[in-house]
Design a binder for this molecule. Structure first.
Ligand code: ADP
Ligand code: MG
Length: 652
């Protein structure tokens, strides 16, 4: 003899513990065979729903044994119970328990998601079931737009979605008028005729009378078990009885990808349903990611700019300036002379020595006056600074030696005193009322590391400058071009030694471009780190917002979670759904944030800030947003998955 479908032995159920313990079921012994139509009848509060929850593996008994097809249910894990619910049972509730945010079709198709059916199969079968129940025109309606009878038919279709070998109906007509209730009962009889086992729970003896067998429940005990009709129709083989025309597909065809796709679709719907809340949650992530991207791009931009300016000044230079090392602004300190420069010539590792003198001057051409910066220097100046002449030529050694009244001008000066297209070469200009001949124009160099315009200069022989313009014998700076930058530190030491010996004091400072670059890089890196941390904190705050909203969402949807569990959702599937939702919020926020970050960066660039976009910060910011979703979505998702199906279903 094969085991009965359902075999209860001495089942008890006690709610609460200690003093508050209430025993609701007092030793239920009950056996139900395949294909029976059983009504469980009893007054309100007699324990019918409690019994049904135990039968449907939503709840576990406090004592006794429940054998389903000979298998001890108490030994099943939560997942095995979920699988049983998914493959065997179909629930019909008094209050329909449809998911309000989904359409009739989605409600009907939902149990098949947890059975691993692909979207196409799900939809096809759900449509077929709705058609069979006369709801083809209502497939896209939400439950709120359906009448009670229609909602109950949708829930019957849902109970049949995964086969529904055993239909558990708890007061299915309780909320319906008598005509509609009769219609639902007719459907149940029809399902019974097709081979489904029906367990109908009711307090109405008239309704119970429609079943083949009526079990009377009184105060948690079975007080009667009447077989009304003959059990002749019991045991019809299901395979050819159920769902002709749309056979139940084998489970698990969708695979992990299909599972995820279903989770994504559900997450998308739930996010759309709470659009305003979703946007607010997104905002935190968007701002965080955008901040990371913009700030790092601006940091990178200003770093590159500073480095480029330093490079423009000559990366292989040592610059000696007058003034004590710790004093800034040394323009009036007159401790450095051209002779100091001479003394440094020929030192090891020193290729060129270029002294530089100068002060503010006024140049005039025709009627145009212009205040600029006069620089007296030597012929090697452009070579040492790797600066090309645009037209004409630079000062020559002969010009220096002969105190020649010649000048080379920068492009800013050219544009200020010459009209466009006019050739400055060979023209005579007045510098501080002394006539000079323009022999060259320097190429455009841009700004220095300190922000001054390098093209706003007029170069004259250092000798001529000293005699006729500046009237001073000291120099402003001595630039030393080195042969090998790697030995710059020892050269700095040697230069300091020579100058200190000449001056008998340290009234000069030697600056190494390499160390300047290093300092600038360090400063910029610190800056980037600071900006990055601010951005990271805002991302963290965004993540906490996501967690908060997800917790609210779980609390709001406890009932939905219960329904899904009753329909066979395993814990991991519930968890995945909420996790996917959190990750999706963050991923969408991340994408928008990347977009806004770029926009903000371009705006900053348009406003004149240097901005450099690169891939790593973008990937990092998006990756962080994604990780935020996983980390902060985990807790709410776990909370959802750990819910007890009965408790969840009972929540309002
Ligand atoms: P019925 O469905 O027959 O109306 P129930 O099974 O819902 O009865 O409830 C039976 C008894 O168990 C009632 O007295 C009810 O108050 C109690 N009960 C049901 N669920 C709970 C619960 N979760 N906690 C405590 N008592 C409960
Ligand atoms: Mg009840």
């Amino acid at each position: 003899m094969t085991a009965p479908l359902i075999d209860l032995r001495g089942i008890t159920r006690t709610y609460g513990a200690g003093e508050n313990a209430v025993q609701v079921l007092h030793g239920i012994d009950l056996s139900i065979a395949h294909g029976e139509f059983v009504a469980i009848c009893g007054q309100s509060g007699s324990g019918k729903s409690t019994l049904m929850n135990i039968l449907g593996c939503l709840d576990t008994p406090t004592g006794g044994q429940y054998l389903f097809e000979g298998r001890d249910v108490a030994r099943c894990s939560a997942d095995e119970l979920a699988a049983l619910r998914s493959e065997v049972f179909g629930f019909i509730f008094q209050r329909y328990n449809l998911i309000g945010t989904e359409t009739a079709l989605q409600n009907v198709a939902m149990p098949a998601i947890y059975r691993g059916l692909s979207g196409k199969l799900r939809e096809g079968r759900a449509k077929h079931l709705l058609d069979r129940l006369g709801l083809e025109a209502r497939a896209t309606f939400r439950p709120a737009a359906l009448s009670g009878g229609q909602q109950q038919r949708v829930s019957i279709a849902r109970a049949l979605m995964n086969g529904g070998r055993v239909i558990l109906a708890d007061e299915p007509t309780g909320a319906l008028d008598s005509a509609t209730g009769e219609e639902v009962l007719r459907l149940l009889r029809e399902l019974h005729a097709r081979g489904h086992t029906i367990i109908l729970i009711t307090h109405d003896a008239g309704i119970a009378g429609q079943a083949g067998r009526v079990i009377h429940l009184g105060d948690g005990r079975i007080v009667g078990d009447d077989r009304v009709g003959s059990p002749a129709d019991a045991g019809v083989p299901l395979a050819d009885a159920v769902d002709r025309g749309a056979p139940l597909p084998a489970p698990g065809q969708a695979g992990a990808v299909g599972d995820l796709a279903a989770a994504f679709a559900m997450a998308m719907r739930s996010l759309r349903n709470n659009l305003f809340r979703t946007s607010l949650t997104l905002l935190g992530i968007v701002i965080g990611v955008a901040a990371v991207i913009t700030m790092l791009a601006m940091g990178d931009g200003s770093k590159a700019e500073v480095l480029q300016r330093i490079e423009a000044m000559g990366p292989d230079l040592l610059v000696v300036r007058p003034g004590a090392p710790n004093i800034r602004g040394s323009s009036d300190v007159k401790t450095l002379t051209a002779d100091d420069g001479k003394a440094l010539e020929g030192m090891p590792n020193v290729r060129r020595v270029v002294p530089e003198n100068g002060k503010g001057i006024t140049v005039r051409f025709g009627r145009n006056d212009y205040s600029t910066n006069g620089v007296g220097t030597t012929a090697e100046y452009p070579v040492a600074r790797s600066w090309q002449v645009l037209s004409g030529q630079f000062l020559t050694d002969a010009d220096i030696a002969s105190y020649a009244p010649v000048a080379v001008i920068g492009t800013t000066v050219r544009d200020a005193i010459f009209t466009e297209g006019e050739n400055p070469l060979g023209q005579s200009i007045l510098i501080e009322n002394v006539p000079f001949e323009v022999i060259g124009v320097m190429s455009t160099k841009g700004e220095s590391a300190f922000g001054s315009d390098l093209d706003d200069n007029v170069f004259v022989p250092i000798t001529t400058g000293r005699m006729r313009l500046f009237g001073q014998s000291h120099v402003r700076a001595i630039a030393l071009q080195l042969a090998d930058m790697n030995r710059s530190e020892e050269t700095v030491a040697a230069v300091e030694e020579v100058l200190e010996a000449r001056h008998r004091t340290v009234d000069f400072k030697v600056r190494n471009m390499a160390s300047l670059i290093e300092t600038a890089t360090e400063t910029q890196n610190t800056m980037s780190l600071l900006l990055g941390s601010i951005a990271a904190i805002s991302l963290l705050v965004g993540g906490i917002g996501v967690m908060n909203i997800m917790l609210v969402s779980v609390t709001e949807r406890i009932r939905e979670i219960g329904i899904r569990m009753a329909c066979g959702a395993r814990r991991v599937q519930i968890q995945r759904q909420f996790l996917v939702e959190a990750v999706m919020v963050c991923a969408i926020g991340g994408l928008l944030g990347v977009g806004f970050g770029f926009v903000a960066g371009y705006v900053a660039r348009a406003l004149g800030s240097p901005v450099i976009f690169s891939l790593p910060p973008v990937l990092m910011a998006f990756g962080s947003a994604f990780a935020v979703g996983v980390v902060f979505g985990y807790l709410p998702a776990r909370r959802a998955a750990r819910l007890d199906p009965v408790v969840a279903l009972a929540s309002e």
